[in-house]
Each structure stands twice: as structure tokens, then as C-alpha cells.
Design a protein around this ligand. Structure first.
Ligand SMILES: Nc1ncnc2c1ncn2[C@@H]1O[C@H](COP(=O)(O)OP(=O)(O)O)[C@@H](O)[C@H]1O
Ligand SMILES: [Mg+2]
Length: 325
């Protein structure tokens, strides 16, 4: 599934629910029928999802490696079960740390699909929430709110963005603590049907875990999402354009490379998200440019090409000209 997920602040986002139906439960083979890893990957189509993850996401080598390790664990677990070698299902709660726009939400969606394909969770949907979706404003509101979200997420992945906001040490009677306690319980008791992924900045998450050792001990996999290198960002830009039937015209790619070099040094730089936003604005400028030409018939080339001017029209260039670094 390649649809990106756009979080709607304040509303739990349910995605992936349209994912292909659950793989038909394979008839439990006799204990004498050893299978290959390839067979399990093909039969569950998890192999396809892993390949698609590799192909569609630029960079992220360490992240992809960790996801493959987790998939390997699940495949081997499946093979063990099919030979009658039962074991407690592995704990798969995860923590994704990294700066904004480094691909955490995107990878969580793929993770949900892999977990589903390999039969770890029933449905494979992802419910993305923040503190406000879990914690109430008044006494007695938090538990029902948290339980409602958990109910929605059962059988899939609960993605808690900026999870550290659940804990507010400055406020002694903060209701966040109540949500944390319910989460801890469910993460322990229902871990074969719900995977929780906490996401956020690395340092804040570290502080959160220091104050909440119970939460740290339930997270089996910590995955760090590094910032993208400028060449990765450029490559991401080209992929995004391609997906939307746009392309850089002559010189525009170089202009965007310059744009990135300036934008990276600015505050609020958010990796691939900033790339997406910059391209959206460039498309807007392209549209205005074409819109002004009332009498020319516009061909596919005109409609798909971002020109140097569309890129250079960004405020980032103007700001750099007046405020040398
Ligand atoms: N490695 C990548 N390759 C291609 N596009 C990416 C990559 N990482 C992120 N994106 C895109 O960038 C945007 C922000 O990614 P997202 O997963 O929301 O980041 P985060 O959750 O870390 O803030 C999304 O539109 C996503 O599709
Ligand atoms: Mg996100």
C-alpha cells in the first residue's frame, strides 16, 4: 500500500483498513512438513511488502534493516509454530525516534501491514493518535477515552505520536499518568493482538523513558530515524514529483538542490515533509505562471514541468539574499 498518511491533528487517524484481506489461514501443516522462508514470504506476501518498502522509500538503510530483522523473527516464529515448537509470541512494541519528516509514520504504516501479513495482528490497520486523543480534561474522562482508542486499535497498530506528552511531571495531578497506566496494562496483556508504536524526538523520548521505566521495559524495539542527507532529499523530491506526474524542467533540479541547501539551515526544517511542502508551493507557482498565459494552448509538457522560476520564486532564496549566513 503506498498511500501516504496525513495526520489530522486532534483526530485519530485510521489508515490501512482498506488493506488487502487477511491472508487465508494456512491449514496447520503436519509436524513433518518443514517449509522454507521463501515459501512463508510468498504465501503471506510479506516478501512483497518488504520489497515495496525497500523500493519506495529512499535511504533509511538502518531502519529497513531493523524492519527486515523483525520480519525474520516473525517468519521463523511461524515456521517454529508450524513444526509444533510453540513459544510465547514475541513482544513487538516499538519506539520510533527521529526528527519530524524522517519517515516514522510512513514506516509505521508499512510495519502494520507486515505484522498483519505474517499473522501477528488480525487486521493490520493503524490508528494514529496524540495525547489529546487519549487524555481527558476532567476527572473520569481519561480512562474511557484511552479505552475507546485501544478498542479501535485492537488487531492492528496504535501509533502514539510525541508520546512523551503523556507525561507531564510539572503537573502533579495530570491525567496523562492514568492513560500511561492503562496502556502499560494492555501492552502487557494483549500484546498478541495489539502493537504499540511510540514516536517522537529522540532526546524527549529518552527523558520520558527515564521517568517511566515500565514503559521502557515493554518496548522491545527502538528504531532511530536519521535525518536525510541532501542527496536523499533530492531523490525523495523526484519520487514525489514522479508520483504526481510532474518533473523538474531544465535547470530546475539544480535550483531545487540549491533550495535544499538553504532550507536545511533554516529553523523548522522537517526533512521529507519540508520537501513535500516546497514542491506543493512550486506547483502553486507553476499554476499561477500558466494561468497568466490566457491565449496559449497548454500541452502535457507545460502542465507537468516545474521551471527554474517556479523553484526560485521561493521566499527561501529572497531571505538568503538579504540575510547572508
Ligand atoms: N524515505 C522516504 N522516501 C520517500 N518519501 C518519504 C520518505 N520518508 C518520508 N517520506 C515522505 O515525507 C512525508 C513525511 O513523512 P512522515 O512519515 O510523515 O514523517 P514523520 O512521521 O517522521 O514526521 C510523507 O509524505 C512521506 O511520504
Ligand atoms: Mg509523523
Amino acid at each position: 500500500m503506498s498511500t501516504p498518511l496525513y495526520s489530522i491533528p486532534g483526530a485519530p487517524v485510521v489508515a490501512g483498513a482498506e488493506a488487502t484481506p487477511a491472508p487465508a489461514a494456512a491449514p496447520a501443516p503436519e509436524a513433518s512438513a518443514p517449509r522454507t522462508v521463501g515459501e512463508v514470504l510468498a504465501e503471506t506476501q510479506a516478501g512483497r511488502v518488504l520489497e515495496e518498502l525497500d523500493r519506495s522509500l529512499v535511504g533509511l538503510a538502518p531502519v529497513k534493516g531493523r524492519i527486515r530483522d523483525i520480519a525474520a523473527l516473525l517468519v521463523i516464529d511461524k515456521l517454529r509454530v508450524s513444526l509444533g515448537l510453540r513459544a510465547e509470541s514475541p513482544s513487538l512494541h516499538m519506539c520510533f525516534t527521529g526528527n519530524p519528516g524522517t519517515g516514522k509514520t510512513t514506516v509505521a504504516l508499512r510495519m502494520a501491514e507486515i505484522l498483519h501479513r505474517l499473522g501477528y495482528v488480525r487486521k493490520g490497520h493503524l490508528v494514529a493518535v496524540t495525547r489529546d486523543d487519549l487524555v481527558g480534561q476532567y476527572i473520569g474522562h481519561t480512562a474511557p477515552k484511552t479505552r475507546e482508542v485501544l478498542k479501535k486499535a485492537m488487531g492492528g497498530v496504535l501509533f502514539i505520536d510525541e508520546a512523551y506528552y503523556l507525561y507531564r511531571p510539572e503537573n502533579e495531578r495530570d491525567y496523562g499518568q492514568e492513560a500511561i497506566e492503562i496502556l502499560l496494562q494492555v501492552m502487557e496483556n494483549q500484546r498478541d493482538d495489539l502493537v504499540v508504536i511510540l514516536a517522537g524526538y529522540h532526546d524527549r523520548m529518552e527523558t520520558f523513558f527515564r521517568s517511566n521505566p515500565g514503559m521502557r521495559s515493554r518496548i522491545a524495539h527502538h528504531i532511530d530515524f536519521p535525518d536525510y542527507a541532501p542527496e536523499d532529499l533530492l531523490c525523495i523530491a523526484e519520487r514525489m514529483l514522479e508520483q504526481q506526474h510532474y518533473r523538474f524542467g531544465s535547470g530546475a533540479r539544480a535550483a531545487f538542490e540549491e533550495y535544499l541547501a538553504l532550507r536545511i539551515r533554516q529553523p523548522q526544517f522537517a526533512n521529507a515533509r519540508s520537501v513535500r511542502n516546497a514542491l506543493d508551493r512550486a506547483r502553486l507557482r507553476q499554476a499561477s505562471r500558466l494561468f497568466a498565459e490566457r491565449d496559449r494552448a497548454l500541452g502535457a509538457d507545460d502542465l507537468t514541468t516545474l521551471s527554474v522560476a517556479d523553484i526560485r520564486g521561493s521566499r527561501v532564496f529572497a531571505a538568503a539574499a538579504t540575510a547572508p549566513l
